[in-house]
Design a protein around this ligand. Structure first.
Ligand SMILES: N[C@@H](CCC(=O)N[C@@H](CS)C(=O)NCC(=O)O)C(=O)O
Length: 266
């Protein structure tokens, strides 16, 4: 049997040694991507499969729906559509953006996970996804920008991914400072940034019922999305204000642990 994941790793190695457009690199990559789904996303941290909420959302969705895939971890997003992770390559087709990926998978593989949802529930899902977009910035800010928590975050990155250098992490931090500035969150004092994140978390906590999932007894795609972001706060051994909120909310904790177990990460 062809080991496509090994081929992909070989292609990645060859891209460094030769180049990304070397014929052998291209051939290996093409072969590795044929007739299968590869999810490209950031590496794991603190026991979660991707240290970024968007990638973890797609990972959880694939696991919940049982669609087979190979997971390739990247730190460099430059090859991704729009230069952002996650993306998938499905039978040679490249798709970026977590929502576009999920829509593609539902369509192509006739996935029924959201079949029971009415239009009001689908509208709620869109609004929740936008709340998660807001929470993303606060979560990211807490890791890279808040001087109280950056040392623990960078130490965890270096401990779990020894190939990362101090210099590489410093460059990523500078890059993130620019992103935060232009997005706007970088101009917030920490307490004001966390006020946004806590407001987002309160809405999510109110949405999750005492048992089951957002839309009933079985998880739907929005549960994968919420897990992507909440797991990236809850499982981190970094005591930020947003982590304190999640940890003290039994509903969020129950939901997060339930999805974590359902996708086999527990
Ligand atoms: N709308 C996208 C957002 C993805 C996203 O924000 N990815 C960030 C996570 S840090 C990224 O890859 N940023 C790299 C960059 O901007 O260079 C999705 O849903 O997938």
């Amino acid at each position: 049997m062809i080991n496509r994941a090994a081929m992909e790793r070989l292609a990645t190695g060859l891209a460094y040694i030769c180049s990304t457009d070397h014929p052998t690199t291209v051939a290996l990559r093409k072969a590795s991507e044929s007739s299968m789904i590869t999810l490209y996303s950031y590496p794991e941290l603190f026991g979660v499969a991707d240290n970024n909420g968007y990638g973890l959302k797609v990972f959880a969705f694939l696991k919940l729906t049982g669609v087979p895939f190979v997971h390739e971890h990247l730190f460099d997003a430059s090859q991704a559509p729009r230069g952002q992770l996650p993306y998938i390559v499905d039978d040679g087709e490249t798709i970026g953006d977590s929502d576009a990926i999920i829509a593609h998978l539902v369509r192509k593989y006739r996935l029924t996970i959201d079949d029971g949802l009415g239009s009001a529930q689908r509208d709620t899902d869109l609004m929740v996804a936008r709340v998660l977009d807001d929470l993303y910035w606060v979560m990211s800010y807490s890791r890279w920008k808040d001087e109280r928590y950056f040392p623990a975050f960078s130490a965890a990155l270096r401990r779990e991914h020894p190939a990362l250098t101090e210099e590489g992490i410093r460059k990523a931090q500078e890059f993130n400072f620019q992103r935060y500035h232009f997005q706007g969150i970088g101009r917030y004092a920490p307490e004001d940034a966390y006020a946004r994140g806590l407001a987002d978390l309160r809405v999510l906590a109110n949405l999750i019922p005492p048992s089951g999932y957002v839309h009933g007894p079985e998880p739907t795609s929005i549960d994968a999305a919420i897990y992507g972001f909440i797991a990236n706060i809850f499982f981190y051994e970094i005591e930020t204000p947003i982590k304190a909120f999640v940890s003290s909310n039994p509903g969020l904790v129950r939901h997060c642990k339930a999805i974590h177990a359902a996708i086999g990460s527990a």
